[in-house]
Structures are given as C-alpha cells and as structure tokens.
Design a protein around this ligand. Structure first.
Ligand SMILES: N=c1c2ncn([C@@H]3O[C@H](COP(=O)(O)OP(=O)(O)OP(=O)(O)O)[C@@H](O)[C@H]3O)c2ncn1[C@@H]1O[C@H](COP(=O)(O)O)[C@@H](O)[C@H]1O
Length: 96
C-alpha cells in the first residue's frame, strides 16, 4: 500500500486516541457522550453537505465538502473499530 495523506491522517486519528491531547477534534468526536452515534451523525451531516455542494456550482466548496466527508468517514471507521487498511485492501482487490 502506498503512503498517502489518508494513511497519515489515519495514524493521527489513532494517536489522538492513544495519547489524547487537551484539545483535539478527533478526541471530541470519538469520546462524545453519544458514543459512536456522534461520528455516524457527522457522516450523515457531511454527506448531506457534500450533496448540496454537488448540486451547486461552486467547485471549491465541492472539494472542501468532499474532504470533510472523507475525514468524518475515517472517524466513523475508527469509532466502529474497522481498520482503514482493510478498506484500502478492499479497494485494491476491486481494482485488479
Ligand atoms: N481533517 C481534519 C478536519 N476536518 C475538519 N475538522 C474539524 O471539523 C470541524 C468541522 O469542520 P468544518 O471545516 O466542516 O467546519 P464548519 O465549516 O464549521 O462545518 P460545516 O458546516 O462545513 O460542516 C472543525 O472543528 C474542524 O476543525 C478536522 N479536524 C481534524 N482533521 C484532521 O485530524 C487531525 C487531528 O486533529 P485534532 O484531533 O484536532 O488534533 C488533523 O491534523 C487533521 O489531519
């Protein structure tokens, strides 16, 4: 698997949970009182924002909302204990 910004972000997400700093968005979402529902809620919100951006003619906003959606999906994977590398492996398997 190639090193990518996705892997770097995943490593940061894992490290925030292992060594929580005082202020961290990742920790706020993944230790929320709502439990995994908080990260799932965020995926729903960000997916909606991406869809709205897709329907509007603002390329920069479409890029921004797509990045938000990818990131929050990664948080949700962490919340449900799915390894990011397994998702990459599945994409690689399909790509052959
Ligand atoms: N990629 C992100 C990232 N994207 C968004 N956010 C946070 O998510 C929140 C909402 O993001 P938005 O930009 O969507 O903010 P918004 O415009 O108010 O919200 P929307 O209306 O667009 O949903 C903000 O508090 C952002 O700081 C992120 N917070 C962290 N990361 C990554 O996670 C790493 C660890 O972050 P910390 O845990 O905060 O140290 C960082 O180094 C980044 O790589």
């Amino acid at each position: 698997m190639n090193t990518s910004v996705f892997e770097e972000v995943w490593k940061t997400i894992c490290s925030r949970i292992e060594n929580p700093p005082e202020k961290s968005y990742v920790v706020d979402i993944l230790t929320h009182r709502k439990g995994i529902d908080k990260s799932l809620e965020k995926v729903g919100e960000e997916a909606t924002e991406f869809i709205l951006a897709a329907k509007n003619n603002d390329y920069d906003n479409q890029v921004y909302e797509a990045a938000d959606l990818f990131f929050h999906l990664m948080l949700a994977l962490k919340a449900i204990d799915v390894e990011f590398s397994d998702v990459i492996a599945e994409l690689e398997r399909r790509h052959k």
